[in-house]
Design a protein around this ligand. Structure first.
Ligand code: DX5
Ligand code: ZN
Length: 218
């Protein structure tokens, strides 16, 4: 975890130019794609057909963040399409252990996300089956919100469980990550940093990726 991963979020890109917008962040480690269904969150973005096309148009590993109801049913399609990591919300999943097993069997990394108010403690056994923990640092649904500092205690808790060998996870953070907040997140133990507006709002998105990566280096 001393090699920080930067995952630009396409939510802040121009949806009419997604191929160019992916090329604009060619130096990123993962490409974060926010799937919203207007039920789990009060916003609607894109789904499997668009992700299938994105996968054909880039070599960057695609990190799907499913903010949807019934991920037990829908997540597998993203894994079968070739997404590198598929993350579902623990608040939405019926059987997160079975879900992780299915994703891994389909060749994807399995991710589990927690909203800012959701604690880790009840899910420690479940998390043993996962490759990625996505800690939300804003309420899911929209880009450009302010970082919720309180979630850093949850990041520290996760980092400690990884360091002590209780869990084997990439710790990822999502929401409000920018030049002002990334250092505290890195210090708390984040491995992978999602950034939407901070990358696509910059004049040169690739330069913003490099700058964030340098700041996150511990
Ligand atoms: C919000 C999404 C985020 C969003 C982050 O629900 O999960 O990935 O794009 O945007 P910023 O970095 O602008 O907070
Ligand atoms: Zn996201």
């Amino acid at each position: 975890s001393n090699h920080p991963l930067i995952a630009p979020s396409l939510l802040s890109a121009d949806f009419a130019r997604l191929s160019d917008e992916m090329s604009a962040v060619s130096d990123s480690d993962w490409l974060h794609v926010d799937v919203m269904d207007a039920h789990f969150v009060p916003n609607l973005t894109l789904g499997l057909p668009v992700v299938q096309s994105l996968l054909k148009a880039t070599d960057i590993p695609i990190d799907c963040h499913l903010m949807i109801e019934n991920p037990d049913h829908w997540a597998i399609g993203y894994a079968e399409a070739g997404a590198y990591n598929v993350t579902s919300h623990v608040e939405a999943a019926e059987d997160p252990v079975a879900l992780a097993k299915n994703l891994r069997a389909a060749g994807a990394k399995a991710g589990l996300s927690v909203k800012p108010g959701t604690p880790l403690q009840p899910y420690l056994d479940v998390l043993k089956h996962y490759d990625t923990l996505l800690v939300m640092s804003v309420e899911p649904g929209f880009g450009g919100q302010s970082f919720i500092t309180d979630v850093l205690s949850k990041v520290r808790e996760a980092r400690k469980l990884v360091e002590t060998g209780h869990l084997n996870l990439v710790v990822e953070i999502d929401g409000g990550i920018n030049a002002d907040t990334i250092e505290q997140a890195a210090e708390a133990g984040v491995d992978c940093f999602v950034a939407g507006s901070a990358v696509y709002g910059a004049e040169d998105p690739n330069k913003a990726v490099e700058a964030l990566r340098a700041q996150a280096g511990r």
